[in-house]
Design a protein around this ligand. Sequence first.
Ligand code: CUA
Length: 350
Amino acid sequence: MSHICRPSAVHTTRAAARQRLPLPAPRSTVPVLLPALCVLLSGCEGPLSTLSPAGSGASKVATLFYVMITVAALVWLFVMALALYAAHKVPRSDSERTGRKLILFGGILLPVVLLGTLSWWSFGLTNELLEPGDGLVIDVTGERFWWRVHYETPSGPVISANEIRLPLGERVEFRLRTSDVIHSFWIPSLGGKMDMMPGTVNRLVLEAEREGTFRGACAEFCGLAHTLMEFDVIVMPRDAFYAWLGRRSGNAESPSTPLASRGRDLFLQNGCGACHRIAGTAADGRIGPDLTHVGSRRSVGAGTLPSGVGPIAGWIAHPAAVKEGVLMPPYPMLDADELVAIATYLDGLE
Ligand code: CUA
């Protein structure tokens, strides 16, 4: 390489000296690469990260990713080094024989051994993801554009939406369905994704290994609000989870203030109960999300807005302004006081 580059370098230096021009300083790529790397790596953390695992399935997926990317990088470096060597090597009489050996070992034997070993190892690793659950089953149905969640308990069903609670250290089986098109159920911090296909029930077993609040999302394009179809996942200690589940099968709390009482009356008078259920009231609709404990949830509109009286009131007034394509109609006939009263009632349903 040196005998090719040197004349041109000398020529450039002399030309610069003749014209009394300063030579350009050698550029380092570190100031550019380091911030870029920091920006890229900052995406590895957070509630939707696959590389910050909080579950046994996600740990295996992350291990698979790290091993594959490391091997791929090593192979790439090796091939680049060979290419550079070949480009600058002076041909010799034995080049053809050496080339045939190189193709045999580097082009056939090495890929077969390397890919075979990696495949055998990865099949074993991912096979562990198919192990059965410990007993708890949660039914989740993909809707337009939200998640219907159903726990079966000895004291009756517990119906929720857009939020899933899980016991720490227990392998939970999800039975996944859809009511319309294909959705995909994905909690990146806990494990891989699973499609929800019309006419069938898909199963996925996940085990949380760390307490905390994580995020789930729809991973299959399903319509206008596909990117606003998320849910919260709250991992609790086992005892606390089953105590919570036991409390959830009961009726909704009664309103505790005159404003909340007015909100409940308005909710029922305006026909909200045709689509939504609130256990213990006349509202028994099954089209939209169950609102029996809606005030305890962290978000409104399937992860779209933070919970609270203001966001709930805004959502009721004009859901499609928040989430285009949503099935819920707007309620422009309600004035601000009425919206706040209904939202206060719903926000109090802990
Ligand atoms: Cu549901 Cu995308």
